[in-house]
Structure formats: structure tokens, C-alpha cells
Ligand binder design. Structure first.
Ligand code: ZN
Length: 311
């Protein structure tokens, strides 16, 4: 049945219009994690037009000489909204943007921030991945965001970090970076603020929802990267996805799942068990409470099996 708008009381029509407008806006809001350190906690579900593809977390560090943004969001328009949220926290300009990996919502907002004068920084391990997948990622986002993706141009960082352990002084704040050969994507790098004991993990840590193993993921290096996080013993972890958490929660919901899955698939590959039998026999129950578990488990299991065959 079609509802004729002109027959509805005007108040109802206004209410409906208001709801429609609200549904079009994601609210980017940074929450305080420590003195001068903030996180935006994105939705744990899928990319949608409503959330601007921002179904991931971001970080913000305010220094006396400018603000450091950790990840630039999935689009030019999303980045503009991130910038508005930054302005509600500080009057400092965004002077540096770090991309913690090559996933769309970590770097496709780069063009916006470069136009604002920010310096874009990432680990060199991300470069090939960004070049290879940038246009495909944008195509996939167009299907979700429609015309809202129009001004987005994949924009690579100009400054590449090359070592496994790097340290920058940004406006008097020491920021450390650790790269152990990739994780969820080949360029995944963790960002450590030693003075605050806060860790921004990028896609190395997922909590509340199950992590995703992609064809370009490297789960062996992923666990090496996780070990680097444990060695730092952070007080608070801002994960790539999910709420700000403790190291213990990160262990249970990221490390333990990867460790169990790799051990199971290694045994299967060593014993010549075929992939579908190996996927069926994995005991997923300890992780079934995590969001997206049912959808992601089979794909994750098959990719880890293939990775162990290659090792
Ligand atoms: Zn992600």
C-alpha cells in the first residue's frame, strides 16, 4: 500500500523527513583515551552509506605543534567529516596522517588531508598493496557510497617508514612504529605512544567482532606483530575494530583465535586432511560470541589453510 504524504498530518511528515536526514549522517566523535589522545570507535558491522565506510577506528594525538591523525577514513567526504570532529577537539591543524595499513578505511581519505596540508606517512610495506588495490577498493566503495565517493582519489603517502622499529618526534611527542611483515594487510603497523602507554593497533587487533583473514593477510607475521604489542605491555589498546580494550581482551579475541586456527590448520596440512574437512573440524565455539563470527569463519579458515600449505 502506498502512503500518500499529503494525507498524513504535517508533524508526521516532518518527523519522517527528520529521520531520513538523520539516517544519512554518521556522527564522527572522538572520545578521550589519555591526555591529548583520542579515539573514534567506528561501527563493528559492514560498510554502509550511512557510516561513510567508516566501520573502523581512528586515532588522534594533539601535540603543541599540530595534530596527528591515525588513519584517514574511507573517502574524501568521510575525511571531511573526520576533520570536523577533529576541530571539535582541538584548534590545532592536522599536520600528520599515519596510515596503519592498506585497507580502504585506513587511507582513502588521504586526498582530503593532503589538500589541507597534512603530511601522509605509512610503512613502506603498505606501498605495493595500496598501489595494487587502491582503485579496486574505490570501485567497491562506490557500490556502497554512490555519489558520496565522487571526490575520492587514492592518494599514496609521500613519507615511507622502512625499518621494523621506527620512532618519530611529532611536535614534541614521541611516536613509535613497529612493523613485523604485515598482518591483516601487508603494511600493517602499530603505533605506540610510550609517554601515554597507549597503543593504536590498526588492524592487528580486533575485539568485539571476529577479525577477517583476507587473501593478502599474513597470519604468521600477524602473530609476530601481536608479540611486539605484548612486549610493550600497553595500558590501553585502541584496536582497529571494537571498543578500547585491555591487552588481555586483545589476547583472547585476536591472538588466541589466530593461534588456534593456525595450529589446527597446520595439523590438517601436515596430516594431509583436505581443506573442507579441516574447516569443519575446527572448534570455533570459544569465538562464536564475537560479532560476524558465522559469516567470517569459513573464509578465514580456508585462507589460513592455504597459507599453511605455502609455508
Ligand atoms: Zn579494517
Amino acid at each position: 500500500m502506498r502512503v500518500a504524504l499529503h494525507r498524513l498530518p504535517i508533524a508526521l511528515v516532518l518527523l519522517a523527513l527528520l529521520a531520513a536526514t538523520a539516517a544519512h549522517a554518521v556522527e564522527v566523535r572522538f572520545e578521550r583515551v589519555a591526555e591529548g589522545v583520542y579515539a573514534f570507535i567506528g561501527e563493528t558491522g559492514a560498510r554502509t552509506s550511512t557510516n561513510e565506510g567508516l566501520n573502523a577506528n581512528l586515532g588522534l594525538v594533539v601535540t603543541p605543534a599540530g595534530a596527528l591523525l591515525i588513519d584517514s577514513g574511507a573517502s574524501f567526504e568521510g575525511a571531511r567529516q573526520i576533520h570536523e570532529a577533529v576541530r571539535r577537539v582541538t584548534t590545532q591543524p592536522v599536520r600528520w596522517v599515519i596510515n596503519t595499513g592498506g585497507q580502504d578505511h585506513r587511507w582513502l581519505g588521504n586526498g582530503y588531508f593532503q589538500a589541507q596540508g597534512a603530511e601522509l606517512i605509512a610503512h613502506a610495506g603498505a606501498e605495493a598493496d595500496m598501489r595494487d588495490r587502491g582503485n579496486d577498493q574505490l570501485q567497491a566503495l562506490r557500490a556502497v557510497l554512490g555519489p558520496k565517493a565522487d571526490s575520492t582519489v587514492p592518494t599514496l603517502p609521500k613519507r615511507w617508514l622502512r625499518g621494523g622499529d621506527e620512532r618519530l618526534d611529532l611536535g614534541g611527542v614521541v611516536v613509535e612504529f613497529k612493523h613485523r611483515g604485515g598482518a591483516h594487510t601487508p603494511g600493517d603497523t602499530i603505533v605506540w605512544l610510550p609517554a601515554h602507554r597507549v597503543l593504536f593497533s590498526g588492524d592487528v587487533v580486533y575485539v568485539d567482532r571476529l577479525l577477517g583473514v583476507l587473501p593478502m593477510s599474513r597470519t604468521k607475521a600477524w602473530l609476530d606483530t601481536f608479540a611486539a604489542i605484548e612486549a610493550l605491555n600497553p595500558e590501553r589498546v585502541v584496536p582497529g575494530h571494537g571498543r578500547v580494550c585491555s591487552l588481555d581482551q586483545a589476547r583472547r579475541e585476536t591472538r588466541d583465535y589466530l593461534t588456534a586456527l593456525r595450529a589446527h590448520m597446520k595439523r590438517a596440512v601436515d596430516e594431509g586432511v583436505d581443506m573442507s574437512a579441516a574447516i569443519r573440524s575446527f572448534d570455533a565455539r570459544p569465538f562464536a560470541y564475537l560479532l560476524n563470527a558465522a559469516e567470517l569463519m569459513p573464509g578465514n579458515a580456508s585462507r589460513v589453510y592455504l597459507e599453511l600449505e605455502r609455508e
